[in-house]
Design a protein around this ligand. Structure first.
Ligand SMILES: [Fe+2]
Ligand SMILES: [Fe+2]
Length: 200
């Protein structure tokens, strides 16, 4: 199967997926296709980071309350799914491979703080300067967290024997599942406070 796939520069999505799984044994005769089906874990996570940064940029530029609301919903969904996939798949793998007792615990605590900030804005109307301030603080916090992942955790993880493509495939599959069942009821610490707020 890999031999057929590796002969061609352009492949069908199904064949790209097959050749990605068998990529370690495939000869490097042709350059990788432009849009590989199986992304390495760190590349996939970095792409998520860029997407969220772009959503924060859009929020800062718009004055439309309706657009802000949509953007906040998108930010919370992207961040929520990303964080959960990291916590379930990437962080445990990295922690074991690095025998880490610092980077992953710190990142996990940062996720918790991020989720608390998200709970303050998710599902609410962007109703003024305090709301904008919360988004700004969340965006700065995410920026800090992303910088630590991309400059410390990811480079160290890539120096281990972790199979980044296999991890990437696992993360992508889990993200698809989470997207299908979003919003996740167990990750809604702000729900009760929003209900109390609405009826008081
Ligand atoms: Fe993270
Ligand atoms: Fe991340």
């Amino acid at each position: 199967m890999a031999t057929t796939a590796s002969r061609k520069t352009r492949q069908s999505p199904a064949k790209r997926a097959t050749s990605a799984v068998a990529s370690t044994s495939a000869p490097r005769a042709s350059r990788a296709p432009k849009a590989p089906a199986a992304q390495e874990a760190t590349a996939l996570l970095k792409a998520d980071h860029r997407r969220v940064a772009d959503l924060f940029d859009q929020y800062e530029k718009t004055r439309s309350t309706a657009k802000k609301k949509t953007l906040v919903d998108d930010i919370c969904k992207e961040l929520g799914i990303h964080a959960k996939a990291e916590e379930e798949i990437f962080y445990p793998a990295v922690k074991a491979a690095l025998k880490d007792k610092e980077l992953v615990p710190e990142a996990t605590v940062e996720h918790a703080t991020m989720k608390e900030l998200m709970a303050q804005v998710e599902g609410r109307m962007p109703d003024g300067e305090m709301f904008d301030a919360k988004i700004k603080v969340l965006s700065e916090y995410v920026k800090h967290h992303v910088k630590e992942e991309e400059t410390e955790m990811f480079p160290k993880a890539r120096k281990t024997r972790l199979d980044m493509k296999a991890l990437g495939a696992q993360i992508a599959a889990r993200k698809d599942e989470l997207k299908a069942s979003w919003p996740l009821s167990e990750d809604k610490p702000g729900l009760l406070s929003r209900v109390v707020e609405a009826i008081s």
